[in-house]
Design a binder for this molecule. Structure first.
Ligand SMILES: NC(=O)c1ccc[n+]([C@@H]2O[C@H](COP(=O)([O-])OP(=O)(O)OC[C@H]3O[C@@H](n4cnc5c(N)ncnc54)[C@H](OP(=O)(O)O)[C@@H]3O)[C@@H](O)[C@H]2O)c1
Length: 275
């Protein structure tokens, strides 16, 4: 029977996710590194194992293929994790995407939501039955770019509602895509940022999840800060490792962090904090 804790980090062949994998393995966890590309995942796992695993730090790193927007990939991934025959102690939903430059339109908004909102939910739903009872932690890598004050009116009221349901959030997200097509998204109270809106929805989803799993699983969401990764075209002011620090802290701090809470720099923040 394995005694080390098992962690999954999605989207971890590069950037903040890869650094989180290294830090968690160095802290003694067995970590599943996931990558859309099997080849990139294998190479990243080799690099990360060389950097983080040693006799003094006996955690391990294993690569598995995972595209969180692909139903068959999610199913194959979940089956492979189930085959390990041990519970998942930490799920880090890190995989995310953002368009660069001026790209803006309904198709781009739908593609952004497909990863940051729907992919995060699909993977979480699939892994939920495998979570360690009572002690598991889910860490959603959101962003202060998803701050609530970029929305207004009914959109903001819906997102903030303590009794928000998944169906209502889904309708709101689809409404954003439609409103971009008709050009009235701002009048309706949506943000002008596809990424910002997707992260606001991811935070709203995290709040629903925390409510659903109340008392059984710790559910937190966090902002890594503005980090130098592919997503920021390497313009971020923090390193990817610095961005991963709060993820690692949330996964390992004892006692567990307060559930249903937004964190940055190892501290609880409000939904309105600017990046
Ligand atoms: N960098 C920042 O300043 C910043 C600030 C706030 C929040 N964040 C959040 O931090 C997280 C990590 O971002 P990062 O900066 O490390 O970006 P990154 O270097 O671009 O890494 C993103 C990771 O997500 C993966 N990914 C994208 N779509 C996926 C999908 N459909 N299924 C599975 N994996 C997918 C990417 O895989 P590929 O390599 O195959 O593309 C990559 O491994 C994201 O959620 C991001 O929104 C970043």
């Amino acid at each position: 029977m394995a005694t080390r804790r098992l962690a999954i980090v999605t989207g971890s062949n590069q950037g903040i996710g890869l650094e989180a994998v290294k830090q968690l393995a160095a802290a003694g966890l067995d970590v599943i590194l996931t990558s859309r590309s099997e080849e990139k995942g294998r190479a990243a796992a080799e690099e990360a194992s060389a950097a983080a695993c040693s006799a003094d730090a006996p955690g391990s790193i294993t690569a598995l293929q995972l595209d969180i927007t692909d139903t068959s990939s999610v199913a194959a991934f979940t089956a492979a994790v189930e085959q390990l025959g041990r519970p998942v102690d930490v799920l880090v939903n890190n995989a995310g995407m953002a368009y660069k430059g001026d790209a803006f339109g309904p198709d781009e908004a739908a593609a952004t939501l497909a990863v940051n909102l729907y992919g995060t939910k699909a993977l979480t739903d699939a892994v939920r039955p495998l979570l360690a009872p009572a002690s598991a932690r889910i860490i959603n890598v959101a962003s202060r770019a998803g701050r609530i004050s970029q929305t207004s009116g009914d959109v903001r009221a819906t997102l903030e509602a303590d009794d928000l349901t998944w169906d209502a959030l889904h309708a709101l997200a689809q409404g954003f895509v439609t409103a971009i097509a008709t050009g009235n998204h701002k009048e309706l109270g949506y943000s002008g940022s596809m990424y910002g809106m997707s992260k606001a929805c991811e935070i709203a989803y995290s709040r629903i999840l925390a409510r659903e799993l109340d008392g059984n699983v710790t559910v937190v969401w966090m902002c890594p800060g503005y980090c130098s990764t592919s997503m920021s075209s390497y313009r971020g002011t923090k390193s990817a490792a610095e961005g991963a620090d709060t993820i690692t802290w949330l996964a390992t701090v004892d006692p567990a962090p307060a559930s249903a809470t937004f964190y940055a720099e190892r501290t609880a923040i409000t939904w309105d904090t600017k990046l």
